[in-house]
Design a protein around this ligand. Structure first.
Ligand SMILES: Cc1cc2nc3c(=O)[nH]c(=O)nc-3n(C[C@H](O)[C@H](O)[C@H](O)COP(=O)(O)O)c2cc1C
Length: 316
């Protein structure tokens, strides 16, 4: 009994992402509970290994009319429309959270997007003023327009993905994460292009483009018509994407998509992820989801005889 307790306590859940240490591999995904200093801190206090802020751009965006988020069964679907107050106001929120996050030892990932390659550079330059630990480029939102088509077009084409990453790198010394879309034929090719352009890490996946129709009302349910699908239903897509990406690149991968339990997180780690993003699970299991998933990972490790997260590997 005493030995079992010692093994449990010695289990090392920490991971390193671009030189940044996370006490456990769970990361709050962008867009959930990351819209204010208060919600970022709440996730940090309830056990997140790192927290990602809601994506913001230079000018800010009002977002779409309601309904913007719907759920049924294992599906969450949203077309929030990247509503945000703009980088300058976002910086105030991040500044407010910054020192407390430092005290808690929880790194901050700041997420930005733009309508053009240049706007990505400007947003990265601005957000760098608040000294986040990492910056994530949202080049993968499937339901907001940009100069090249929907935002996810930036991660549908290796040259565009590369251009955004290069522009971001020119404008900051903070490590850059490129967040990719699953709505492509060859996600590994896009990841490789981002890596070659200087991306320090890859995050995958953003939501899967989808549509819901109310057959009685004979109308599309989301005000924007289409939206992004997330939640447990997309986990197999996410695991496959993470596996393909991690085989193609050397930089670390943050595996996101449908993770709700410790075993889901382990599946992502086995697919090749270094850390695991958690979004929709906050709706299913509450804000305490980070500590729940972390203790479930720990239990799995103990049962399977793993002492360190790094040892969790797929046998191929
Ligand atoms: C309501 C909502 C808002 C989101 N907002 C953002 C966002 O601002 N930036 C971003 O990169 N991803 C955003 N996402 C995508 C999530 O970060 C995540 O990639 C996706 O939901 C898959 O993970 P999950 O199944 O754990 O939710 C959003 C998702 C939802 C459901």
């Amino acid at each position: 009994m005493e030995k079992a307790r010692k093994v449990f306590e010695m289990t090392d859940l920490s991971v390193e992402l671009c030189g940044v240490k996370l006490k456990n591999p769970t990361v709050l995904a962008s867009g959930y509970l990351g819209v204010s200093a208060g919600s970022l801190l709440a996730c940090a206090k309830t056990g997140a290994g790192a927290v990602t802020s809601k994506s913001c751009n230079m000018q800010g965006r009002k977002g779409n009319e309601n309904p913007t988020v719907i759920t049924w069964g294992d599906v969450v679907m949203n077309a929030v429309g990247l509503s945000n107050p703009g980088v300058k106001e976002e910086i105030e929120e991040l500044e407010e959270a910054r020192s407390e996050l430092k005290k808690l030892g929880v790194p901050l990932v700041a997420s930005v997007f733009g309508g053009t390659v240049e706007e990505y550079g400007q947003a990265v330059k601005e957000i760098s003023k608040t000294k986040p630990d990492l910056i994530e480029l949202n080049i993968s939102c499937p339901h907001v327009e940009s100069s090249v088509g929907r935002i996810c077009t930036f991660s549908s084409d290796p040259q565009l993905a590369s251009a955004v990453v290069k522009e971001a790198k020119k404008n900051t010394n903070v490590p850059i994460i490129a967040k990719l879309s699953p709505n492509v034929t060859n996600i590994a090719e896009i990841a490789l292009a981002a890596e070659k352009a200087g991306a320090d890490a890859i995050a995958a996946i953003n939501t899967v483009s989808g549509m819901k129709i109310d057959v009685r009302a004979k109308r599309k349910v989301l005000s924007a018509g289409t939206g992004g699908v997330s939640g447990p239903a997309i986990k197999p897509i996410a695991v496959r994407c993470v596996h393909e990406i991690s085989k193609a690149v050397k930089v670390p991968v943050i595996g996101i998509g449908g993770v709700c339990t410790g075993e889901d997180a382990v599946e992502m780690l086995m697919a090749g992820a270094t850390a695991v993003g958690i979004g929709s699970a906050t709706l299913y299991r509450g804000a305490n989801v980070f500590s729940l998933i972390t203790s479930e990972i720990k239990k799995f490790m103990q049962e399977e005889g793993y002492a360190k997260i790094k040892e969790i590997k797929l046998e191929e």
